[in-house]
Design a protein around this ligand. Structure first.
Ligand SMILES: [Zn+2]
Length: 534
């Protein structure tokens, strides 16, 4: 009896499967497991063959070393590659001159966004491959975060995918885009606000790291709002008639003092930091203008907005105390990140079959020397074992932010972290630039590109995956949390940021731009012995 029931159920299931296959095959081509594996293998081989191009792109962007909103050389260079490959490039998104989106389609199918950041870090100029502090241009910006590697990963994957999509008649659209001014959290919330992701089904983002990994659920770290407060006072001769002045700098300093008292009462998961962006011109003139710029971070939207509200009160208090006026401007924002379970699990299967790169003795020597140089608590060199699939944080951990958070609350998204950097460094520092134009970065990027490409193949060949990813986004992720932008309809992106710094250093930096027509690698152009140890 039980036996009979099982058989009839099986027959019915098979019949249903046949009917389902017939109806769906008209809309979407059906691929067997073997066919998918074959396409994947070919794609991965192609990525491997493209490693020279990947290296050139990484070295080139490293040499441009452009700060947020000033990624002009980087964007011109990368979009040219995509245009030549037949992508249609749109620039000037949300009024940001360095922004772009490059689209290529092989017909009806999923619309998949592939992105990564491109900006660098102030005062992080550093010779690659040299295991101690040696700036290329003293005081200049440098890739002390490693954002020079991300879009090369994406482009390498996209070009391989393009070939396979044509060859196997895989319908779909690839949308390549860079995170502009990620360090200022200055573009992605604007893209969401202005609808650039409305017609995109899912996003695979990548970020440099020291392992090949992916996670789902609430990510480690925080979201934030970035706000600059400007005080307006009255100038006077600081010695001749100080009683006639109303110091804007006094107000900014008092705001800072008050916020530092407030800090005692912040929950440990909250973080905040500030710099003075205008502190007057010279001591004998009472400063009529002064500005202080804050990042307010927390693990929830509500917590972030609460800090923002508290800071607004403190700013008003400081203005009252000094008889000055205060205004504020939102310069950036980032939602706490939540990554998609379905995409992450599929991607992690690919990570396991691709694995970590094979590091050379020279790679390990450099890594260990840098770890020792910065007194890292990890002095084991480069990662040789894959990390686990990242699960939702049981006990949330505070830390950095990334405005990919806003994308992750708009469409199903994951961030692939790829092993192009040395583990155990402090971040936003010259030491984080050392590996970024060496074989470590190049090999890590190839592993990253393979993972991106393989995962996209999965989503192009198995429509159910995208449906499941969307179901997770709708029914699990968005069940209790509703995305609300932190920026208003009117907030413009602060595209003037970093203009003066780049203007100051650009002429000296230009002399170091990588010339791939003359040199095989950037290390060769700079005449660096790899690795250069103390
Ligand atoms: Zn970053």
């Amino acid at each position: 009896m039980i036996m009979h029931y099982k058989v009839s159920l099986l027959t019915r299931t098979l019949l249903l499967a046949v009917v389902f296959q017939v109806t769906t095959s008209q809309a979407q081509q059906k691929f067997s497991k073997r066919q998918i594996e074959k396409i994947k293998t070919e794609t991965l081989n192609q990525v491997q063959e493209q490693r020279k191009n990947t290296q050139v792109m990484i070295d080139k962007v490293f040499s441009f070393a452009e700060l947020g909103f000033q990624e002009f050389e980087t964007s011109a260079y990368l979009t040219k590659i995509l245009e030549e490959a037949g992508f249609e490039v749109k620039t000037g998104l949300s009024g940001i001159p360095t922004s772009w989106m490059a689209t290529w389609s092989s017909g009806e199918g999923p619309v998949i966004a592939l992105g990564s950041d491109v900006d660098c870090i102030p005062k992080a100029s550093q010779y690659p491959g040299v295991a101690y502090h040696k700036p290329m241009v003293e005081g200049a910006p440098g890739h002390g975060e490693g954002h020079n590697s991300g879009v090369p990963v994406i482009i390498t994957a996209a070009l391989a995918l393009q070939e396979q999509m044509k060859k196997n008649k895989l319908g779909g659209t690839l949308v390549i885009w860079p995170g502009i001014a990620e360090e200022q959290l200055g573009s992605k919330a604007w893209y969401v606000r202005d609808g650039y992701f409305d017609k995109i089904d899912m996003c695979i983002f990548t970020h440099v790291s020291s392992n090949l990994s992916v996670s789902y659920g609430q990510a480690r770290g925080t979201g934030l709002i970035s706000v600059e407060y400007t005080f307006d006072g009255e100038s006077a001769h600081s010695a001749g008639a100080p009683w006639r002045g109303r110091s804007a700098l006094d107000a900014a300093e008092l705001m800072n003092v008050a916020w530092n008292y407030k800090r005692e009462h912040l929950h440990p998961l909250k973080r905040s930091h500030s710099i003075f962006t205008d502190a007057g011109d010279q001591p004998n003139v009472v400063p009529s203008k002064a500005s202080i710029w804050y990042y307010f971070r927390d693990i929830t939207y509500e917590g972030i907005m609460e800090m923002y509200d508290d800071a607004n009160h403190i700013a008003e208090g400081a203005a009252l105390m000094t008889k000055t006026k205060v205004s504020s401007r939102v310069l950036g924002s980032a939602w706490p990140r939540h990554f998609n379970k379905v995409i992450a699990e599929k991607m992690y299967e690919n990570i396991q079959s691709i694995g970590l790169p094979e590091w050379s003795e020279a790679d390990q020597q450099l890594a260990k020397a840098v770890q020792e140089e910065v007194n890292s608590n990890n002095q084991k060199g480069l990662a040789t074992e894959l990390s686990e699939l990242g699960k939702p944080q049981k006990n949330p951990v505070s830390g950095g932010s990334d405005d990919i958070g806003d994308i992750s609350w708009t469409i199903p998204t994951v961030t692939l972290r790829f092993p192009s950097n040395i583990p155990g460094l402090q971040g936003h520092h010259w030491s984080n630039a050392i590996a970024m134009a060496t074989p470590i970065a190049h090999k890590g990027a190839t592993a990253g590109a393979k993972t991106v490409a393989a995962t996209v193949i999965d989503f192009l060949t198995q429509p159910q995956l995208l449906a499941d990813a969307k179901a997770y986004f709708e029914n699990v992720q968005s069940k209790e949390t509703q995305y609300r932008p932190m920026i208003t309809e009117k907030d413009p992106p602060p595209i003037y940021l970093n203009k003066d710094i780049m203007k100051q250093y650009r002429p000296e930096m230009e002399q170091f731009y990588f010339d791939e027509t003359k040199y095989d690698s950037y290390l060769e152009q700079l005449n660096i012995q790899y690795p250069t140890l103390k």
